[in-house]
Ligand binder design. Structure first.
Ligand SMILES: [Zn+2]
Length: 376
């Protein structure tokens, strides 16, 4: 159940109640692709850095260790010792971006595993069965994510098929949730809006899927190669056609700047691999923009990454030490950077929520965007 607590322009401050706890929105979901944040962060670390929702990948977990094994072991929450909400993607995006030799048919997608090349079929029913075995709090609908700049002639039939797939996802989830041995019988399904960078196709699709009255809706197929201006344009057009009184999730986005702009356009769920990936490469976020710890100037700098940061890394360690660890390829260097970056994103969302509570989001957004320009 979603409570819309406050609005400022289109920006939403909400609270989403789930069987695994409350999610305060806007929220940044921390990506644990194969049931772990890349960078050696534990469940205890996630508690320390204020993670509200963990996102895991259906495609990866299906291939390894296998969703049937996860179900046997009691579901993903028990397996990775996590008691907070978990969202699983449908596997569609990875099938379309990672898998080799894929063939899209009405029934689903035939493809070869990127690990061992074995042939696999995944359709809406299979995706729902895998996500049900995983037992996530929120499951995503199985959709096709067409290339960012695909032509209308390709996108229109693709979006229509995604709608037919969504109906099949709903039917299959209802069936699975009613079974005796289902891990999470209260699993929720979010629908996904597609349509490339074409506002009219997006709007038509939004009007159709909102009628299905799902607990939440995502805008998919963005941040896959289009410009930021095109992405913001799509959001301006399509978000008003998605239910305001439900979570609105922008998949795979993005930078702090993208998040601030998207919140302004009515988005309140985000996920992105960027902060963890950048952290592993020594690129860390501050209110003055991103800094590269490999830079020589940090060699003898005994100050933390950010003086005003309350993360576990900045409470103890200096840029000079972390730079040394990164150069020596010590795992701790990566871990400290990833911890700082995820805390930075989680804390950015806390500040956004506080600004919305006070009716000062516009002012807050302007201040942050000006700050980020400093290290450009
Ligand atoms: Zn920090």
């Amino acid at each position: 159940m979603y409570e819309l607590l406050k609005v400022e322009g289109r920006a939403k401050r909400g609270r989403f109640h789930t069987p695994h706890g409350v999610i305060e929105t806007p929220v940044f979901m921390n990506v644990a692709t194969v049931a772990a944040i890349k960078g050696a962060l534990s469940t205890e670390d996630l508690e320390r850095i204020g993670t509200q929702v963990v996102l895991s990948n259906t495609y990866h977990l299906h291939l390894r260790p296998g969703d049937k094994l996860i179900k046997e072991l009691g579901g993903l929450h028990k397996f990775m010792v996590c008691d907070r909400p978990i969202l699983t993607d449908s596997g569609g995006f990875q099938v379309f971006s990672l898998a080799a030799m894929r063939k899209i048919k009405e029934e689903g997608v035939y493809f070869s595993s990127h690990i061992d090349g074995r042939k696999i079929f995944m359709g809406p029913e299979e995706s729902m069965q895998i996500q049900s075995n995983i037992g996530s709090t929120i499951a995503m609908a199985f959709d096709e994510c067409p290339p960012a700049l695909a032509e209308r002639d390709y996108i229109i039939p693709s979006v229509e098929r995604t709608t037919r797939w969504l109906k099949r996802c709903m039917a299959e989830m209802n069936r699975l949730n009613s079974l005796e041995d289902t891990v999470n019988k209260e699993q929720m399904l979010f629908g996904i809006n597609q349509g490339g960078v074409h506002p009219d196709i997006r709007i038509e699709h939004a009007k159709v899927i909102r009628e299905f009255d799902l607990p939440g809706y995502a805008v998919g197929g963005l941040a896959v190669g289009e410009s930021h201006a095109e992405m913001y344009n799509v959001l301006e057009h399509v978000v008003p056609y998605l239910p305001q009184n439900k979570p609105t999730y922008l998949m795979g986005v993005g930078t702090p700047e993208n998040i601030l702009e998207a919140v302004d356009r009515g988005i309140d769920f985000f996920d992105c691999v960027l902060p963890a990936r950048n952290g592993r490469h020594g690129h860390v976020y501050t209110n003055q923009g991103k800094i590269n710890l490999f830079n020589q100037k940090h060699e003898n700098d005994m100050t933390p990454i950010a003086e005003d940061c309350k993360c576990p890394t900045c409470q103890k360690y200096s840029k000079a030490y972390i730079r040394h660890l990164l150069k020596a390829k010590e795992m701790l260097g990566m871990r400290l950077c990833v911890m700082h970056n995820l805390y930075y994103f989680n804390n950015l969302m806390t500040e956004i929520r506080e600004a919305l509570d006070k009716g000062e989001f516009a002012k807050y957004k302007k201040m942050r965007l000006e700050g980020y320009k400093q290290n450009k």
